[in-house]
Design a protein around this ligand. Structure first.
Ligand code: NAG
Ligand code: NAG
Ligand code: NAG
Ligand code: NAG
Ligand code: NAG
Length: 396
């Protein structure tokens, strides 16, 4: 999640969730062994990061995702259950926020043995901060690239060399504009662009929510021509996402991370949204693909825009961070309004289209080329274009 400014009510929600969980959750004593003859094979798994993103999927007319609660060892103590429809075709979990929670929960899921995820579509469905250059609060964005922008060296800007435009420097490099020389492998993930197009077209059939307060904030961005899309009504947009544990605000960091996104992807990605989890989730799903448990070509990253990443003309960066977030309510509602079209589209087209998968025509995977093929960014495949051996072959 990102920019959930109302800390008091967030804490209340978390505490209430925590207190209610043992009461509401089905007391599954040993979920793995009791279910091992009864593996659930979801068509769609919805990945949310905190309670408000999850609750919009409850009490909806389309399906009852609270029909089954399954406690999974290793999930967040705040969110110990996976939730599924009674037939197991649609499931949901809450990772907890930021990179460590996302990676831990997703690892617990894929290695639990409770689910067969080999043909499952993952819909990462959360809120995010948004660039007014590309989209606006309330918009629904679908990413092809996810970039871990804070995986860098950092100098406090007050102590940076005078000729550096930012205090962030890619790891192993000596200036902000030099491609990272020390690569961890999670810097960039590229997703199935053909699947994204299909998801976007499903989402475009939704009528998005908006509010008067969101419209008032948007209007304040109209005076800067570069922010025309920030001042325009919310829409479904294709643009890319950045992951950072640090929730940042302001035009200078925004420009620095725009540049990082462009640098890391060799100019291909268009930065628009920032969040705290996706590269962690994607790294887990990449490793699970190599283990034959998940199909990396079946991942959709949908982020709805809750707050601007930078101030409007005349506002301060701090006011943007600490001020009201009128985009919060519409952005949370739009997770459901747009997301349910994607879930239904996949479910309804299962036999004809989605069960066999959407073959990607672009490179998919990480910066190392772990899944095979040549990344169109970074220094090139470390495997000469082949996939990693052994466990890779059985990914379907
Ligand atoms: C699943 O848990 C939710 C609360 O998280 C509860 O409302 C629902 O009734 C539970 N479902 C079952 C089948 O127990
Ligand atoms: C994070 O994931 C995005 C989207 O999959 C990718 O474009 C980006 O390069 C990744 N960044 C890092 C640092 O892993
Ligand atoms: C947005 O959702 C709120 C809360 O459900 C509702 O009151 C409002 O009418 C909706 N607005 C639009 C434009 O759909
Ligand atoms: C971003 O890149 C542009 C173009 O190379 C450069 O002029 C600007 O100083 C950079 N800004 C930051 C904050 O890195
Ligand atoms: C991406 O840019 C870096 C540095 O500018 C370069 O070394 C690398 O070859 C480029 N990768 C691709 C796939 O074009």
């Amino acid at each position: 999640m990102r920019s959930y400014n109302n800390l008091a009510s967030f804490l209340l929600v978390s505490v209430v969730t925590y207190l209610l969980t043992p009461v509401c959750g089905k007391p599954v004593t040993n979920p793995v062994s009791s279910r091992d003859n009864d593996v659930i094979k979801p068509k769609v798994f919805i990945i949310d990061m905190f309670t408000p993103e999850a609750e919009v999927w409850y009490d909806i007319p389309e399906f009852d995702i609270l029909a089954q609660n399954i406690t999974i060892p290793g999930f967040s103590p705040l969110f110990p259950d996976a939730h599924c429809t009674s037939d197991g075709s649609i499931c949901q979990l809450i990772t907890g926020e930021a990179e460590i929670n996302a990676a831990s929960t997703m690892s617990a899921l894929v290695y639990s043995g409770v689910f067969d995820l080999t043909t499952t579509y993952f819909l990462i469905a959360g809120i995010a901060g948004v660039s007014p250059k590309v989209a606006t609060i309330g918009s629904v964005t679908f990413a092809r690239f996810a970039v871990q922008v804070a995986l860098q060296y950092e100098l406090d800007a007050r102590e940076k060399p005078l000729d550096f435009p930012t205090g962030y420097v890619p790891q192993g490099s000596f200036s902000p504009d030099q491609y990272p020389q020390s690569i961890y492998g999670t810097e960039v993930f590229e997703l199935n662009s053909d699947l994204r197009t299909i998801a976007v077209n499903f989402a475009k059939t939704a009528t998005l929510n908006d509010s008067a307060a969101a419209q008032e904030l948007r209007a304040l961005y109209a005076s800067v021509p570069a922010y025309a899309l920030g001042a325009a009504p919310p829409a479904v947009t294709e643009c890319d996402t950045t992951t950072s544990d640090v929730q940042w605000s302001g035009a200078l960091l925004a420009e620095a991370f725009e540049n990082t996104t462009s640098l890391f992807t060799n100019g291909t990605a268009v930065y628009c949204s920032n969040q705290q989890e996706d590269n962690a989730t994607l790294e887990v799903l990449l490793r699970a693909t190599l283990a034959g448990l998940v199909d990396f070509s079946r991942i959709i990253v949908m982020r709805t825009a809750t707050a601007f990443d930078r101030q409007y003309n005349g506002e301060t960066a701090a006011a943007n961070l600490f001020g009201d977030a009128p985009g919060f309510e519409p952005s949370v509602l739009n997770i459901y309004l747009a997301g349910v079209k994607v879930v239904e589209g996949i479910s309804n087209g299962w036999e004809k289209v989605f069960e066999q998968g959407i073959r990607p025509t672009n490179y998919i995977g990480d910066i190392f080329g772990s899944l095979g093929g040549e990344p169109n960014f970074g220094p090139g495949s470390i495997l000469g274009g082949r996939s990693l051996p052994a466990t890779a072959a059985s990914a379907s």
